[in-house]
Design a protein around this ligand. Sequence first.
Ligand code: ATP
Length: 457
Amino acid sequence: MTEKTPDKVDMEKIVSLCRRRGFIFPSSEIYGGLSSCWDYGPLGVELKRNVKEAWWRAMVQERDDMVGLDASILMHPQTWAASGHLEGFADPLVECKNCHLRWRSDEVAGNRCPSCGGELTESRMFNLMFKTFMGPVEEDAAVVYLRPETAQGMFVNFQNVLNTTRKRLPFGIAQIGKAFRNEITTGNFIFRSREFEQMEIEFFVKPGSDGEWFNYWLEERLQWYTKLGIKKEHLRPREHGKEELSHYSRRTVDINYLFPMGWAELEGIANRGDFDLGQHASSSGKDLSYFDEETKEHFLPYIIEPSAGVDRSVLAFLCDAYDEEADNGEIRVLLHLHPSLAPFKVAVLPLSRRENLVKVAKEVSADLRRHWMVSYDDAQSIGRRYRRQDEIGTPFSVTIDFQSLEDNQVTIRERDTMNQIRVPIPELQKTLTAKLAGEDLFVLPPGGQVWKEEKRK
Ligand code: ATP
């Protein structure tokens, strides 16, 4: 996290929008919050679900060489001995002798506390895994850990998946789930928290083809972000130097994103070789090798691991979508979220609360709700309601006015251009489906017409 970026959105603006509109709240806020834990509110839960859904769709559903898994968070403690986490999953830590705040020693300069200026202790290694006890007895034999990554669940299930799916190399296992790290210093909103979600792939390949597959996955993952609207110039691969590589890694490239605080890791892609299967095979005594029917050889596959953070992706999509426009002396705040990520796809807005208008509007929204998350809003002026939808990234608003009662037509307004078309109600759902899939607003259905052209793209 270096280079300051004056042209990027302020983190405060994102945090404030998230708080104000119900994307993200501090955890257990009525008790003063719990440090570095966050709750996703009504809009945040939709955005986050959509991010995970987009990942699952592209990485699992649309591929023939990937299967899913949902392993448990608590695993046999031997897992963490074999993986190296018990020994090595630690950061150097220093503590302030005065205020007792703890810091990562590589993040403080000198031996004075950045908060109160007090003297710091010598640095010692601090394990980041959360410990708890399984069963009623709190003794060493009952210690289990909250997983600090989802990956190990996929390694230990390698033979189960192979035997039950009959997949041949190359193939992958994909998983989305919570991970926990007792990070020493947290912060930057949801960028670094102690409870977070990961979207991880373990892709098993024949040794020798790993270099090529690594490049493939790097490209594939960059494209996933850009297809969903992240600007190319806001993503930058960063190759790890030899001295920086983790003990298991033959090559690691981070996909860094230009967050408000600077360039920082969004996703890591690692070539883990046969380290994990080798470790778990020798630790469990089970054969985790793969039999190649062509060459009649047994070997341990190599693993390419693209490992992304759900919360960091949510933050990146929010930051990239955030925009402010001058609008008749006011500022229009809008989120240019990709339609597949937007919490609501459509807003239904009756021009007034008159009974006959509300009746039609309720019917229209009930019909659209069968297809999408729909926001229904009848409070305040129509201009204000459009602004409210712009601010939460709703791609289309449908307005029901008095003329709708006569001609059975409604207005569709596009978030980004503010252009409007008018379409017959029976054509509405089909028209919105096409527009959400990217069709130009001015491609009109039968009986449709251009209504208001604010500014042509
Ligand atoms: P960092 O260097 O930022 O601590 P890392 O290299 O330890 O990250 P990985 O172990 O590679 O992270 O985890 C894969 C992904 O999980 C990261 O790219 C990130 O998106 C996400 N992630 C890791 N730690 C956290 C955290 N504390 N809070 C939120 N997301 C996280």
